[in-house]
Design a protein around this ligand. Structure first.
Ligand SMILES: [Cu+2]
Length: 466
């Protein structure tokens, strides 16, 4: 099936069904008492079992679950603690987090804490951690969360399958210094590929386009549900913080907001020193943005995803599909300024070393399509070894036309020409992107494409920070 046919069927799925999407949060009694208002988003119901205020201790269980994506069909998927997406794990900067993980699926797995600069022993890399055995294996993850921001968690074994099947969750690290908003919302954007002939999740790596472009779903999901209606509410004058995560296998989300003004206040590594306004956000898989959304007046506010589809005349056009809708109404509240505390100026860094990574593919006569970094697929030896604290300019060269969201575990980097720090950056087709990595966290760190099919087919490497 062509990409456009897939999108067409997604559009039909999205508009034909009357989806009801519960707001996840909102029940004040079930939510932890954070300094910020209760988080509204996918099932913010992960109970902290430890009375120590500086320790967050939880149980996380990967298991087979029945899921209604909001299209009226129940499918067998995987979930954490019975949920797809999994529960929001919340902590504060400096907290110790203890996760008692149990694997009740049929496949071995790990949990990777995407974006956290923690020990490589706790990073979920199957090159370091023996994967947790199927059918009852356990592992305790234990780490201190070093900085505030919007992060997420997912497996790192057969990730293209396990994540698409439902093993994904978000992780919010709060900072008590941050201003208080009228609400915080976690918005996890995803897509899923449903085989129209079976109405089940389509087989993996079975079709050529999936090997080449990664797996593009035919159903857009927001917090695990299709086509959410205006089932979130707010009042004119209110200001909210939206934490947006792209958890798809491959699809870069192109986003806009109608009915309200937004400014970007945070990137992968947490808040920005200088927030900026924009009308369109490109959000590759793996990456996050924090938005400050201000409701200037009553009406519907919609976060829209721009996708290609066919119009009534059969022409391919870009369509803006609402993926998160807030109904703003009722009495207006007094407009107010959101004041962020001053961020300390970052230490100036000088570049210690320059390296290059090139991305390409070959069609191997025996193995088929292989995606490569510096001419090698499935590299097992470290690509580079650096000293702790080094600042390294990495030139990421894409030698083919398909895009690659490059992700480096355990570190943050600057993207030249852009504000903020990141752990994931989109390298467009035949494009070159320069990043300046701050290699402050020692360990062996995976460096790979976050299009999960590309990673599975070889675009996976490792660097060492001594
Ligand atoms: Cu890629």
């Amino acid at each position: 099936m062509s990409r456009y046919a897939l999108l067409l069927s997604f559009l039909c799925l999205g508009c034909g069904e009357a989806a009801t999407t519960p707001d996840g949060g909102g029940d004040a009694a079930s939510e932890p008492a954070w300094s910020t208002p209760a988080l509204r988003g996918p099932e913010a119901a992960l109970e902290d079992e430890n009375p120590d205020p500086d320790v967050v201790e939880v149980h996380l269980r990967a298991e087979l679950i029945e899921v209604d994506l909001g299209d009226g069909t129940t499918r067998e998927m995987l979930g954490y603690n019975g949920l797809f997406p999994g529960p929001v794990l919340q902590a504060e900067v400096g907290d110790e987090v203890i996760v008692h993980f149990e694997n009740h699926t049929w496949d071995e797995t790990t949990v990777h804490w995407h974006g956290l600069r923690i020990s490589d022993q706790m990073d979920g890399s199957p090159r370091i951690q023996e994967p947790v055995a199927a059918d009852g294996g356990t592992f305790t993850y234990r780490f201190v969360v070093p900085e505030a921001g919007t992060f997420w968690y997912h497996p790192h074994v057969r990730t293209n399958e396990q994540l698409e099947m439902g093993l994904v969750g978000t992780l919010v690290v709060h900072d008590r210094q941050d201003p208080v908003f009228d609400a915080e919302r976690v918005i996890a954007l995803d897509d899923i590929l449903i085989d129209p002939s079976t109405d089940e999740i389509a087989p993996f790596l079975a079709f050529h386009p999936e090997l080449v472009h990664g797996r593009s779903g035919n159903v857009l999901l927001t917090n695990g549900r299709v086509s959410p209606g205006p089932d979130h509410e707010a009042r004119p004058g209110q200001v909210e913080r939206w934490r947006i995560v792209n958890t798809a296998n491959a699809r870069t989300m192109s986003l806009s907001l109608t009915g309200a003004s937004m400014r970007v206040v945070g990137t992968d590594a947490g808040r920005l020193a200088e927030p900026f306004e924009t009308t369109r956000l490109e959000l590759p898989v793996g990456q996050r943005y924090d938005l400050e959304v201000r409701y200037d007046g009553p009406g519907l506010v919609a976060l829209q995803s721009h996708v290609l589809g066919r119009d009534g005349a059969g022409d391919i056009v870009e369509m803006a599909v609402p993926v998160y809708v807030v109904d703003v109404g009722g009495d207006a509240v007094e407009p107010r300024e959101i004041v962020w505390p001053e961020l300390p100026a970052p230490e100036p860094r000088t570049i210690d070393r320059e390296v290059e990574m090139s991305f390409d593919a070959i069609d191997d006569p025996e193995l088929g399509i292989l995606w490569r970094i510096n001419g090698e697929a499935h590299r097992t030896e470290p690509l580079f070894t650096f000293g702790r604290g080094e600042t390294v300019r990495m030139t990421l060269r894409n030698l083919n036309g398909q895009e690659h969201p490059f992700h480096l575990h355990g570190q943050f980097f600057e993207v030249v020409g852009r504000p903020g720090l990141y752990d994931t950056v989109l390298v467009g087709g035949s494009a070159t992107v320069e990043i300046i990595a701050h290699l402050d966290n020692p360990g062996r760190w995976m460096a790979h494409c976050h299009i999960l099919e590309h990673a599975e087919l070889g675009m996976m490497s490792e660097i060492v920070v001594e």
